[in-house]
Design a protein. Structure first.
Length: 318
């Protein structure tokens, strides 16, 4: 299988963090990553140092995925050459992706007219005013249409890139990339963007609870039990989850169970009933119903799509 070609389209001033998210995820062995710019050569970053774009827009003609990792200042109009290159790539089937302010360049192509997209919550009103034909959703981490995907603030670019890897190669492969980067393996795109001005007080952090849950997914955990472990009421726990994770406790817990189910379907031959027991989904019937709703396909079909005939070589990922 030939590597999937990922090209990041950079422009000055380029945010190094957004670009780093893309490069970190797509440096795995099943991808080939490079960067390009409208004019090859040194590109100034927001942080004050230069990076070098070795290739011009023609690199986009051979990309399977094109990522725009930010576009600053966001009122800057992409040149006709950039717009034509992106439109031409989309027409031949390339996947287009934006991170944070990169949504402004992607919206300028017209390819998202009538469709949902997102960006950093601070930019959403501006994006909607400038491109009234698109449907800006300020309350999600990312939106993946398959052919075009957009993410919210800078860090959500990492979440979206991992989502794309899951679509390409399955949850287990994406989880290994996340483990190499020492990052969480999965955040659902429908989670609300985190907008709090301050970090939660140490006594309110959910970190210890989330770690505990990851080791006890096979158990019949309830929201009341989670609240009791934090010595708070279920209502207070729900507020903390909304503030810190942008989702409800029950929704977050189900997402972790589905993520574990995906990995077991990919990496083992365990029967569905056994996987239901390992993930706390109680029965094969409940697992199938929950999985179909969350993933959009049946567990058996998912396993056929992503179950490797032999164990892959993870040396370049780990």
């Amino acid at each position: 299988m030939s590597p999937h070609r990922v090209v990041a389209l950079v422009s000055a001033p380029q945010g190094s963090f957004e670009l780093g998210c893309v490069a970190g995820v797509f440096s795995a062995d099943r991808y080939r990553f490079t960067i390009c710019a409208e004019r090859p050569g040194p590109i100034r970053t927001v942080q004050g140092f230069d990076l070098v774009a070795p290739r011009g827009l023609r690199a986009l003609d051979h990309a399977d995925t094109i990522v725009i990792p930010g576009w600053l200042p966001n009122h800057r109009e992409p040149s006709p050459a950039v717009l034509r290159a992106l439109q031409r790539a989309h027409d031949r089937g390339a996947r287009l992706v934006s991170i944070c302010s990169g949504a402004f360049a992607l919206a300028a192509t017209g390819l998202l007219d009538g469709r949902r997209m997102t960006t950093h919550w601070r930019y959403c009103d501006n994006l909607q005013d400038r491109f009234p034909a698109v449907q800006v959703d300020p309350d999600v981490l990312y939106i993946d249409h398959g052919d075009i995907a957009t993410s919210a603030g800078s860090g959500t670019g990492y979440d979206l890139c991992l989502q794309l890897v899951r679509n390409d190669h399955g949850a287990a492969y994406a989880a290994r990339i996340a483990r190499r980067m020492v990052m969480p393996p999965h955040r659902e795109g429908g989670q609300v963007q985190y907008r709090a001005d301050e970090e939660p007080p140490a006594g309110e952090s959910l970190a210890a609870l989330l770690d505990w849950v990851s080791g006890h997914l096979a158990e019949p955990i309830t929201v009341d039990e989670l609240a009791a472990r934090c010595n708070v009421s279920p209502r207070t726990l729900a507020r903390r989850f909304t503030d810190q994770l942008g989702t409800a406790p029950g929704q977050w817990l189900l997402a972790q169970r589905i993520a574990r189910t995906r990995a077991l379907l990919e990496e083992t031959d365990l029967p569905i009933e056994t996987i239901a027991g390992h993930t706390g989904l109680s029965s094969a019937t409940n697992l199938r119903r929950r999985f179909q709703k969350a993933v959009g396909t049946t567990p058996s079909a998912y396993r056929r799509s992503f179950r490797a005939s032999k164990a892959p070589d993870w040396s370049s990922v780990m």
